[in-house]
Design a protein around this ligand. Sequence first.
Ligand SMILES: [Fe+2]
Length: 271
Amino acid sequence: MLPLEDLFTDVINKAQRGLGLSDEALAQQASVSFAALRAVKDGEVDEAVITQIAPVLNLHAASLIAMARKDWQPQPVEIEGLLQFNTPFEDYSVNAYIVYDPDTKVAAAFDTGADASAMMKAFVEHGLTRGSIFITHTHPDHIADLATLCPDEIAPVFSCKMEPWPGTETFNYGAMFALGGLEIETRPTTGHSRGGVTYVIHGLEKPVAIVGDALFASSMGGGMVSFAEALKTNREQIFSLPEDTIICPGHGPMTTVGEEKAHNPFYPEFK
Ligand SMILES: [Fe+2]
């Protein structure tokens, strides 16, 4: 299984950036010394200091400590009709997904990752009909290999009207798509990007949500457009899904809504 995308220090940094809190302000508001805060941000697992700073950042202290101690990983996910692909991009890696209807073998791709050649192989190996390509958001790592995934330009590529990609068909949030006997619902998860989409697939043995960089196991994408909006749209559009919904993030391992409610430090209200 893929390791968690973020370290506990990444979570602290994302929350700090999102709230616009300097180290000085955070240390002061948390009543910890500047040196102690710096040590934690350099990776020291000082539970007392983490416990002090977490509430100032609206983070759940115990979940942050579990990350620091490397105590938690989501359960492995395996269901028929869902394939995850992970490819290296610069100094990190990125995920893309194939979802298919096990009965009709009609398949769709969600993002391309850095290199879609394994996805092209998987269509053949699983006997799938290559259908539409859906883009979660247009950051370069997620759409780097449209040329491989759609060499003949026969398959339609879809992006959201709020963040259209040239040469693709666009849709508004709320649009529904059929995938064999499955249904794909499109939900707005903006904040990390201007037109971020979460695709919720209904009809497999569990609901599946392909979230791009809106949410990671035990973390979330940076609030590059708006941290507050990213938190809000995740709460409204992802955490409202059934607990057994499988979350497929753009980076790091798959997880579930129930596990993120219990372990994601950014959402203390569910603990
Ligand atoms: Fe992104």
